[in-house]
Design a binder for this molecule. Structure first.
Ligand code: C2O
Ligand code: CU
Length: 439
């Protein structure tokens, strides 16, 4: 298994020596977001989504962070294999950043791809209020797409005054799939438009930053190939035919715009059929461009791990809920609900670096649980016992109601990593634990 992994997940970063510094400030703001003229949000650098930080593989990212929020916070670099101390988990990897304080995050990404960042303190409130941004790590020589576009998908629960509904972790949110809003946005807008010329070849990077909502984007008449999932390139490009983009997930699409003009394409969400929700519009206009033929960047070595499913389960995790706890309902992993002070508790699981592990998640509940593990990428091996060979790694996998999911992983990065449901209300209500990776 380890041999089959090869160097798919490089052990080391290869710093080129170039340091890219960014200043990031989290603060309250009033912005034209979610169809409102003056939505009171919490924002990175006064923007929702926050800035897209674009670097090259080999660059060292240095983020001078300042917290001007009325609460403590941290920044977690979702999907980036950072040194453990840069992972932004309060109490576990750093003390929370108090209001008025600073923290410097510095790391050299080991993988190119689409990543995102968000707070890891009271995230069901802080992310919902607008704190998230995208980190794009470009290849050493990026493929010549005519446009490289980021779409951050989110939803907002607005109240009758048109502001963010100020109650978080409500009994309803907890008992269901988290907080599903009444207003869906792409890059903060309800009326987003991507303008393309005929013949363009576009890289579209989708990020789901919603607290709980799963999206299944339908591109209508546009044809696309998937080139990367959760940041990392796939084994080979494959036709896009819908994908359950759960909170935390990313998807990179290679879109070939037709060479003739077409009517505007409505991109809609179809996770809950039959009612499609509008996401954004792609408008094709202007002078055609010569079609770009370059090889797809998707040709990663992704292990099949065919024998993985037959290997004994290293650890099973049962996902469930029970009454009780500070919020009235607790979400549990193996009957444990995580509470703040549990960061000092022994990890739920200790794995060895460079050793294959077979993990199993059994959803004993009727709700959705997109399970995210920090600091590692894994491969889906089976759903409900039936082998699945997804040609890509993930850092987040959606476990449906009553479903059992098997994954294989060879951790490469030592540290104490969080594992949690990325429905942020479920995580706040206890569905979190830690996994240690030791040399
Ligand atoms: Cu995107 Cu622990 O989170
Ligand atoms: Cu969950």
């Amino acid at each position: 298994m380890v041999q089959e992994l090869g160097d798919a997940l490089p052990h080391q970063a290869h710093p080129s020596g170039r340091v890219r510094s960014f200043d990031l400030v989290a603060a309250e703001a009033e912005l034209p977001v979610a169809g409102q003229e003056h939505l009171r949000v919490w924002a990175y650098n006064g923007q929702v989504p926050g800035p897209t930080l674009r670097v090259r593989l080999g660059d060292t990212v240095r983020v001078n962070f300042t917290n001007r929020l009325p609460q403590e916070t941290t920044i977690h670099w979702h999907g980036v294999r950072v040194p453990n101390g840069m992972d932004g988990v309060p109490h576990l990897t750093q003390p929370p950043v108090q209001p008025g304080e600073h923290f410097v995050y510095e790391f050299t990404p080991k993988d190119a791809g689409t990543f995102w960042f968000h707070p890891h303190v009271r995230s069901s409130e802080q992310v919902e209020r607008g704190l998230y941004g995208v980190l794009v790590v470009e290849d050493e020589s990026p493929p010549p797409y005519s446009q490289d576009v980021v779409w951050v998908l989110d939803d907002w629960m607005l109240d009758e005054t048109g502001q963010i509904f100020p109650q978080f972790n409500t009994p309803h949110d907890l008992a269901h799939d988290g907080r599903w809003g009444n207003t869906i946005t792409v890059n903060g807008r309800t009326d987003g438009v991507l303008v393309a010329r005929p013949g363009e070849r576009i890289r579209l990077r989708l990020v789901n930053s919603a607290n709980g909502r799963v999206f299944k984007p339908d591109l209508g008449a546009l044809s696309a190939e998937v080139v990367a999932v959760d940041g990392l390139y796939a084994r080979a490009p494959f036709p896009y035919a819908g994908f359950e983009l759960a909170p935390g997930n990313r998807l990179d699409l290679d879109i070939q715009i037709p060479s003739a003009s077409i009517v505007p394409v409505m991109v809609v969400d179809r996770f809950y059929p039959p009612l499609p929700h509008a996401l954004a519009t792609v408008r094709v206009e202007g002078e055609p461009v010569a079609p770009a033929s370059f090889p797809s960047p998707a040709h990663a070595s992704v292990p099949r791990w065919k024998e993985g499913l037959a290997l004994p389960v290293t650890k099973q995790f049962r996902l469930n809920a029970r009454r009780g706890g500070p919020l009235g309902l607790e979400w549990t992993i193996n009957d444990q609900a995580f509470a703040g002070h549990d960061h000092d508790a022994p990890p739920a699981l200790t794995l060895s670096r460079d050793r294959f592990a077979h993990l199993q998640f059994t959803n004993e509940s009727f709700r959705l649980h997109p399970i995210h593990i920090h600091g590692m990428f894994f491969r889906l091996l089976a759903r409900n016992g039936a082998a699945v060979d997804e040609p890509f790694f993930r850092d987040t996998v959606l476990v449906h109601a009553k479903e059992t999911v098997d994954i294989g992983v060879v951790p490469e990065d030592v540290g104490r990593w969080m594992m949690h449901c990325h429905i942020l209300e479920h995580a706040e209500a206890g569905m979190m634990t830690t996994v240690a990776v030791v040399p």
